[in-house]
Design a protein around this ligand. Structure first.
Ligand code: CUA
Length: 368
């Protein structure tokens, strides 16, 4: 008798735990409230609400039947007589077939209507000029953001600012994203702001944002693209408009002060490097998504440092710095067995100044 109670209790707990875990995600989203930002967020929320309330009775019915089956099978054990054997039931079968069709039909029609609305909204806004246009480029395994302001100094004035992984935009303004890819298909997805949009090589997809609340909205690549797909993160920072203007001014000033990019210059002597600045930059540029403590899409940090030592004094490289410099600026000049050099962006020469390159080298060299 006691054993039976324990067994029933155990079964109930074993059932309840996964159910509660499964509800944790939706509950969190629920508590967080509806997202606000993309042109299509409202329709996505509406669709979600409808599907959610269709799913609730289905969930309760299915789980209820499971629990009932467990409970009644326990009771049956005592008299041990075989339960009624039912074979087929036409009303039931017709009932659940028709009901499923109706539910799927409703979801289909609503989904279809939402998808066409989403495109219409975007088409409508094509008329308005964006306050900011961001060129979003996905590549294995990061996102680059280039900023074009529409501040009257000319159409889509190029600010010359590029950020990686983190996109900074103004809240309460029209932002147009032009999304593409450098290699394979990725998908740009910040769930709190809008739906997914594929980043397709050779093609530009657009998305409008007008984020109501300033804040940090996190997203991820939503199309499997390789080993480090999981780490292809997107941090969208929406600043109050005046703070955003300050951010742009700061970025521009910093770019001006830093001077020209190094290009693919491999010979001019570099300034003294600062390892701490190099480490910060290494993270900012997203290098650590491929070069971390463990080997990933690229060799690990320890491997790089060790290899630089070994290469010094060979016919090709006088010092470890020479090797590191070439490897950063021209990834495929020296290939490393077991890794595809093409995974590494070849444009760091355009993005780093002499000082930044020196800092980066100092960091890599000092890594233990
Ligand atoms: Cu990029 Cu998944």
């Amino acid at each position: 008798m006691n054993r039976n109670i324990y067994r029933t209790l155990f079964t109930l707990v074993a059932l309840a735990v996964p159910v509660l875990l499964a509800l944790l995600g939706p509950a969190r989203a629920w508590a967080h409230g509806p997202a606000d930002g993309g042109a299509s967020t409202e329709s996505i929320n509406d669709l979600f609400t409808v599907i959610f309330w269709i799913a609730v009775p289905v969930f309760l019915l299915v789980e209820g039947l499971v629990l009932y089956a467990i409970w009644s099978s326990h009771r049956r054990r005592k008299d041990a007589s075989e339960p009624d054997q039912i074979e087929g039931s036409r009303p039931l079968e017709i009932g659940w077939t028709v009901l499923s069709f109706v539910i799927i039909g409703i979801v289909f029609i609503l989904g279809y209507r939402f998808m066409s609305t989403e495109y219409r909204v975007e088409a409508d806004q094509e008329e308005t000029t964006p306050d900011l246009t961001v060129h979003v480029t996905g590549y294995m395994f990061n996102w680059d953001f280039k900023y074009f302001l529409n501040d009257g100094t000319g159409p889509n004035d190029d600010t010359g600012i590029t950020t990686t992984r983190r996109m900074t935009i103004p809240a309460q303004r029209n932002v147009l994203l032009e999304i593409t890819s450098d290699d394979v298909v990725h998908s740009f997805w910040v769930p709190e702001l809008a739906g997914k949009i594929d980043a397709v090589p050779g093609y530009v997809n657009t998305m409008w944002l007008n984020v109501k609340e300033p804040g940090l909205y996190e997203g991820n690549c939503a199309e499997y693209c390789g080993t480090l797909h999981w780490n292809m993160l997107i941090e969208t920072q929406a600043l109050p408009p005046d703070e955003f203007d300050m951010w742009i001014a700061e970025q521009r000033a910093a770019a001006e002060q830093a001077g020209a990019a190094i290009g693919q210059d491999l010979t001019t002597p570099l300034p003294q490097g600062d390892a701490a600045a190099g480490e910060a930059q290494f993270h900012e540029l997203g290098c650590d998504s491929c070069h971390a403590q463990q080997p990933g899409a690229g060799p690990s940090l320890a491997q790089i440092a060790e290899h630089a030592q070994q290469q010094a004094g060979t016919a090709d490289y006088e010092t470890p710095q020479d090797y590191l410099r070439e490897s950063i600026l021209v990834p495929c000049a020296y290939t490393y067995e077991g890794y595809n050099c093409q995974v590494m962006p070849g444009n760091y020469g355009e993005r780093l100044t002499a000082q930044q390159l020196a800092d980066m080298i100092a960091y890599l060299e000092s890594y233990e």
